[in-house]
Design a protein around this ligand. Structure first.
Ligand code: 13P
Ligand code: SF4
Length: 303
């Protein structure tokens, strides 16, 4: 931390000078999460908070689709991402043309789209969802059948919480798809007293084997309110780092993967981004109204 102090100091000073706010996802490193972020959260919380921002500049410490969502909700503001190559295997698994083809294959079936997608995909969607409201949104859209894209595992995990038929897409999160039921039984064997919690982007057999599953914010809340003596957070590695420094009496065991996209963001490029006002995130004005409506419908339906 002493090594980071000058960078943290410089970023916090530049934020004021540039009238900027930093929105950071729960998978960001502790130096970003605790050192420079103004607002931290899961995808839903960041989208909701983006609607309330008063500053002229938003610096998104997260991946590109998150910055696009902030831009959709604040088209008149400057939205920056410190490294625009911060992508997502889910967002890159599907295009707007794929969604249009699915709609033709299943006419009239509503399309519920995970926020981990491009603005172009959101623009041909009926309503977005996140891992914290997926079952609620699916239950609230019209009809007995729903197209839920692009995360096959989130869709399969959501299917267990609804009576509706869910049509899926073959996307997966590269960080969560590699966890297996065997990993969980090995963890149980090695640490019999530990609680194991996982993100719903994991395959269903992993979710079936753990003690709790929820969005990143729900996982953090679960640890803080249950205070298990030992816990494994089966998700991105920064989660444990960030919560550990806020929680006493909990021993955080490792069983995590790193998201290379989230880790493209660091203090150096946050400082550079604010200093040079780059890289600006732009969304084609022609698709903003439709993409924004899908996000706003989700926010409205999650109230
Ligand atoms: P949530 O923070 O919404 O649970 O999403 C996790 C994730 O993988 C975001 O990229
Ligand atoms: Fe995408 Fe998975 Fe990384 Fe989240 S953790 S940004 S879903 S690749």
């Amino acid at each position: 931390w002493p090594f980071y102090a000058p960078l943290i100091f410089a970023i916090n000073r530049l934020k004021k000078e540039k009238d900027a706010v930093i929105l950071a996802h729960n998978y960001q490193t502790p130096q970003i999460y605790h050192g420079v972020a103004d607002i931290v959260g899961d995808s839903l919380q960041l989208a909701v908070e983006a609607t309330k921002v008063r500053q002229q500049v938003i610096v998104q410490c997260g991946v590109h689709f998150m910055a696009e969502t902030s831009k959709l909700l604040n088209p008149e503001k400057t939205v920056l991402i410190p490294d625009s190559r911060a992508g997502c295997s889910l967002a890159s698994s599907i295009t707007a043309e794929d969604v249009i083809a699915m709609r033709q294959m299943y006419p009239g079936v509503p399309v519920v789209t995970y926020v981990n997608t491009s603005a172009a995909v959101k623009a041909v969607t009926d309503v977005c969802c996140t891992s914290s409201n997926a079952a609620d949104i699916v239950n609230r859209v019209d009809g007995d059948t729903v197209i839920m894209i692009p995360d096959q595992f989130l869709a399969q995990n959501t299917a267990k919480k609804t009576h509706k038929k869910i049509i899926t897409w073959a996307g997966a999160c590269e960080v969560h798809e590699t966890f297996t039921a065997e990993d969980i039984s090995e963890l149980r064997h090695a640490y019999p007293t530990a609680k194991i919690i996982a993100h719903p982007e994991c395959p269903p057999e992993v979710i079936d084997a753990v003690d709790f599953s929820g969005s990143t914010a729900a996982m953090i809340d679960w640890v803080k309110s249950n205070k298990p003596p030992r816990v494994v957070m089966v998700t991105e590695c920064s989660m444990s780092d960030n919560v550990a420094s806020e929680t006493t009496g909990v021993d955080f065991l490792r069983g995590c993967n790193i998201c290379p996209h989230m880790k493209r963001i660091n203090l150096e490029n946050v400082l550079w981004s604010l200093h040079t006002m780059t890289e600006e995130v732009l969304v084609d004005p022609a698709i903003i109204p439709a993409a924004r409506a899908s996000v706003e419908r989700m926010i409205e339906m999650s109230r």
